[in-house]
Design a protein around this ligand. Sequence first.
Ligand code: FAD
Ligand code: NAP
Length: 276
Amino acid sequence: MTEMKSVTDAPAVKAPVLPDAQTVTDVKHWTDSLFSFKVSRPASLRFRSGEFVMIGLLGDNGKPLLRAYSIASPSWDEELEFYSIKVQNGPLTSKLQHIKPGDQIILRPKPVGTLVHDALLPGKRLWFFATGTGFAPFASLLREPQTYEDYDEVVITHTCREVAELEYGRQLIESIKQDEMLAELIGEGFADKIRYYPTTTREESPKMGRITDLLTDGTVFKDLGIDPINPETDRGMVCGSLAFNKDITEILEGFGLEEGANSDPKQFVVEKAFVG
Ligand SMILES: Cc1cc2nc3c(=O)[nH]c(=O)nc-3n(C[C@H](O)[C@H](O)[C@H](O)COP(=O)(O)OP(=O)(O)OC[C@H]3O[C@@H](n4cnc5c(N)ncnc54)[C@H](O)[C@@H]3O)c2cc1C
Ligand SMILES: NC(=O)c1ccc[n+]([C@@H]2O[C@H](COP(=O)([O-])OP(=O)(O)OC[C@H]3O[C@@H](n4cnc5c(N)ncnc54)[C@H](OP(=O)(O)O)[C@@H]3O)[C@@H](O)[C@H]2O)c1
């Protein structure tokens, strides 16, 4: 005779306590001011690698306190990953930095953004220019098969103040080498297909300086042994502070590239990594 299971043996199903609740499955602290975390993915959520969503917690007034966050995981992943700053007096991140696996966050399932393949005209070499947490959308796009199907080469530049702030990106690039599906797509010659160019501005490291200066004086092209940016072949995606985005925009325009959008694909696209 089949044994009857008592109700108390059933697996505990946590009732959502927040609107649009998702459960935190993993948290990793990288520095005093940076952490990454994973949450469950709503079954109905479809997004394009590189897009952002609104996430948050309930504020002290009982209302959702939401902020824009790039999804750092690729569109095919079962979970959603985020890479976050910790602003010590920031309304959201002063609290969000304390989340643990099993906790819940709010995730509004309406992805949007300009850092998507659809917003660029076809090209041969794709540049990702990031500062700080601006690496997040590229963590998604670097794990997106379309990136390697559409382009012969990808160059990812990441500029931070200190060496430890580069570690999330460095490990992400390493993890791509270990990923069977991506390794097959990238094929032989990983170093020629994905060129990783990390730089620091305040702490000593093998390559120092703002990427803007290193582009302007040609150091990047010399270091990587590649041709300068050319509007016929090169495409770009930019994610950093307002000042960074403005400076890179001028440089890319100087190389003859034009800024595009979802509705008007051109040679490069830009998105803010934060406001203010
Ligand atoms: C399109 C978009 C995508 C974003 N994606 C991300 C992301 O993937 N990861 C992420 O950490 N943040 C991201 N942000 C910033 C995010 O929305 C919040 O500003 C951040 O989480 C801090 O929230 P807060 O309430 O603690 O402080 P806020 O009141 O929002 O910010 C306080 C101050 O902290 C500084 N600041 C805020 N965010 C950052 C940051 N990311 N890096 C450096 N300084 C910052 C700014 O000076 C800002 O004025 C994004 C912003 C936009 C507009
Ligand atoms: N006190 C601290 O130690 C500390 C640490 C982290 C963050 N914060 C605060 O957090 C906020 C954001 O800091 P963040 O470091 O994440 O972002 P950030 O200030 O935008 O700097 C990130 C990196 O981008 C570079 N950069 C900034 N503007 C640029 C431009 N116009 N062109 C080219 N490169 C540019 C910076 O170089 P430069 O170093 O040359 O500016 C730095 O290497 C700031 O308001 C800051 O006050 C403070």
